[in-house]
Every structure is written in structure tokens, then in C-alpha cells.
Design a protein. Sequence first.
Length: 303
Amino acid sequence: MAPAKKEPVTFLGIGTMGHAMAASALRAGIPTIVWNRNPVATRDLTDLGAEVAESPADAARRAAVVVTMVTDTDVVLSIARDQGMLAALATGAVWVQMSTIGVAGIERVEALVDAERPDVTLIDAPVSGSKDPAEHGQLTIFASGPDEARSRLSPLFDALGQRTIWVGPVGAGSRLKLAANAWLALAAEAVNTSVALARRLGLETETVMNALGGSPLVSPWQEAKLQRIAQDDFSVQFALSLALKDVHLALEAAADDRFRALGCLADEWQKVVDLGLGDHDLTVVTRALGQGGGGRPGSRLCI
């Protein structure tokens, strides 16, 4: 069987993740067009062979496959509708929506495509992974949409990720992403809370690492986070503000107050974001917990 053709791909949104994903596509030999609201972010990609478009509509006209990777639903819809991306797509083009926008968000996107461009194939494909996996083409892709798009997208998804999981119709990918990010948020909070508690009790982070590192209790991802915390390195891999956004999306989709652990986590993280630390890695919660004045012993915010 001949390998799937590497069609030109457009990336709209060249932030931390979009930049890394576009670079991975270029390294795989995929013709790549990029656009970002601030064109400075695209400059080094031209050295790798990317073409820079002047607008989302201009970018969409140049490729058979268009990827959106931006912060939230409002930005996705602004690019698609207000800035002309959707109208500029050719008949039969594929729109791969890879931003994390939750259940309500992907439903709005799907309704827009159904109403205005039913001749375009929409794929809902958010990713699991942060800056480092994105830079090395090791993301996990939660893809959902028509089966006939799978082979067409395999060169792109193979370039971006180490694993693609197809999970059903449009919307299933976003639902799985919320569940996966809830897991990640609680795993991060285990690190944040345990390290902050150890420090409060007079222990060093290295002591926690030596006790738990390499054990079944700690994932490789958590161990890497412990090492960065020990070095007082809170440079962004997955920004706290974006992680908090994803927790809120999960709570919104669940629409059920039984998920108290996530609700309490969201309240705690919001306080850290309010301190001006939202652009740091989500492990910066460790620092905030260590510096907090706290309440009286026995008081709790979430019971």
C-alpha cells in the first residue's frame, strides 16, 4: 500500500503548542503554511521552510488541511467566521480543530460548519501533552470525526504525535480530552500538595524525590515535574491559566456538583492565578502553597 500523500497543511495559531506542532510537521516534510495574530512568532519557522500567510483566509486558501490551535472557543470562531477562514476553505477541505475548547465549544464549531460549510470535513482532535512532547512530536491525539478522513490525516498526525486515538464522532475527542486533563490536573495537584506539605514540615524536595521517585506511585511525568520543582524551575510547560481553563471546561461539561475535588482544585488554582502566576507552569502552585499565610488550623475551603 502506497504511503498517504503529504498534503499542504495550514496552522492557525502559533503559540507554544502551535509553534511546536508546525515545526514537527515541517521536519516530517509536510508543506506548511502558518499564520499568527502576532507574526513575530512565525519568523523562525520560515527558516524551516514554512510559508507565512497574511490572514486566516489567505492561509486557508493555500492548504487542503487546516489546523486551529488557539486558546478558546471565541478565538476559534473569530478565526473561522469573522476572519474568513471557513469561507476560504476549498470544497472537500479538512478542518482539524485541535484547541481544547470543551463540549459546548466543539458543539458551537460543529453547528457553524453544518450551517455554513457542510462540504468541509470537521475533525475534533485535541491533544494531550505539553511543550516538550509537542516539540518532539510525541503528543497523544484524541481524534474524532468521519472515518474516511483517517488515512488522509495520518501523515500529519504521525508527525505530531506518538499515538492517535480515534474515539467516534465529532465531540468524542473533546470529551476524552476533558477526562484526560482532569487526570493530569489531579496528578499535578498530588505533586504540588505533597511537595508544599513536605516543605511546610521542614523537609527538602529532594527528600520527597528520593522517597517516591521510581516507585509505582509516581509517573514519569510527575517525576519530571518533581525535578523541575527541586531546581525552582517554574518556566512554562503547561501554563497554570490554561490548565485552570481546562478544569473549568470539565466542570461545565459535567454540570454536577459531586465533582468536589475538581471544584476545590479550581478554587485553589484561581487564587494562584490571581497572584499573577498564571503564565508560569502549573507546578507554580507548589510555590504559592509554600508562601501562603494559610487559615487557622482545621479550617477548610471545600468540604
